[in-house]
Write a protein that binds this ligand. Structure first.
Ligand SMILES: [Fe+2]
Length: 383
């Protein structure tokens, strides 16, 4: 009878690991993965609270990236040296640790309990390791109902930790790749803007204005990230325009203007070389269509209304505003107030009304102080 119960329990544990593993691999966004790992572990093992510690990329410090339980918000983002505390010791040794009664353990320091008001009685700490490399550790505090963990809880935690570590590893790699891709695009945009002293910072400003507009339009965060990249690269085709035209201090002749007008097509052409192509579609389209206008008077394709993609319509507004409000050698540049008035005058005709209204709402909200808007919304738009 006892053996049957034991087998049933094992089957239940196996099922819960399988279910947790499905959940763990359902997302790659790093913040979601942190939460998922902790939640699965706390639920499967049945703990009152839990903390996920991750080793920083330079390998010197550990940081709480997810916390569960009563005092979770007080513990989040706490940093320790890599070998500090029980979490650090487990990261260093790579071995799981069961502390049946924390008060009797020499490495136990109750400062977290003191600051959070939580009373830790028993604790399991497991390393999260992939191919022998420890990425972090996971601490579970107080077994639900009984308060104290047993050896069998450790085996279950270890089994789940290996699944969690793989999810963590994949998501960290994905995050690094995304960061690298974004910083390469930002560098490319800076190099481009540096060719003409009058356009310094143009791409970055257009990218910022675009996501602020998108925020007012209620765009999903994933889509906003794509928009930010597309906006940074909207003028990449200017790389193909000769310096004497691009940097000409006087007004352009008709011929020179025609040459500048080639930049959307050149840009789309350059970007269509980037792989994987599926990811680049919106970016290519934005580079090609950001000078299209609602009434069909834009270029290069003379598209009208909604034939112009949403990204290109947004970037078109942001780009025009920055061009109008930036000083050139032959003009001083409008005030933000006048720039907004000009966009409003041209809405319906040239620009999407909803988009112009969204941008005007941004300007009104910050009382035409866009530097202040950027400072106030930095966290929200951290892409
Ligand atoms: Fe442009």
């Amino acid at each position: 009878m006892e053996q049957l119960q034991h087998s049933e329990m094992k089957v239940q544990q196996l099922l819960s690991i399988l279910e947790a593993s499905k959940q763990l691999n359902s997302n790659l966004e790093i913040e979601d993965v942190f939460q998922n790992i902790l939640l699965q572990m706390v639920t499967v093992i049945g703990a009152e609270a839990g903390t996920l510690w991750v080793l920083d990329s330079d390998g010197e410090e550990i940081r709480v990236v997810a916390a569960y339980g009563e005092s979770a918000d007080k513990i989040l983002n706490i940093r320790l040296k890599k070998d500090e505390g029980i979490a650090g010791k487990v990261i260093m040794s790579g071995e799981p640790l069961l502390i049946c009664n924390v008060e009797e353990h020499p490495d136990w320091s109750n400062w977290v309990d003191q600051s959070s008001g939580f009373v830790t009685k028993s604790m399991i700490t497991v390393p999260l390791a992939v191919k022998g490399k420890v990425l972090g550790s996971l601490q579970l505090l107080n077994k639900k109902q009984s308060n104290f963990f047993a050896e069998e809880d450790v085996s279950l935690a270890v089994a789940l930790a290996s699944q969690s570590a793989m999810a963590l590893h994949n998501s960290q790699m994905y995050d690094e790749l995304q960061q690298m891709f974004l910083s390469m695009i930002q560098t490319l945009a800076k190099v481009l803007d540096a060719r003409d002293p009058y356009t310094a910072g143009h791409s970055e400003r257009v990218a910022n204005y675009s996501v602020w507009i998108a925020g007012k339009l209620g765009m999903a965060p994933d889509k906003m990230k794509e928009l930010y990249k597309a906006a940074l690269l909207h003028d990449v085709g200017k790389i193909g325009i000769p310096d004497d035209i691009l940097r000409k201090p006087d007004r352009l002749t008709a011929e020179e203007y025609a040459s500048i007008q080639l930049h959307p097509v050149i840009g789309a052409d350059i970007l269509s070389n980037m792989e994987p192509k599926g990811v680049m579609i919106d970016v290519i389209q934005t580079a090609r269509s950001h000078h299209e206008r609602l009434d069909g008077t834009g270029y290069p394709d003379g598209l009208k209304g909604k034939e112009i993609s949403l990204f290109a319509r947004i970037v078109g507004v942001a780009d025009t505003f920055d061009a109008m409000t930036t000083a050139r050698s032959y003009s001083k540049g409008m005030s933000y107030h006048d720039g907004a008035a000009e966009l409003t005058r041209c809405k319906e005709m040239l620009f999407d009304s909803e988009i112009v209204d969204a941008f005007t709402a941004v300007l009104v909200e910050c009382d035409y102080n866009l530097a202040q808007y950027e400072a106030d919304h930095k966290k929200e738009y951290r892409l």
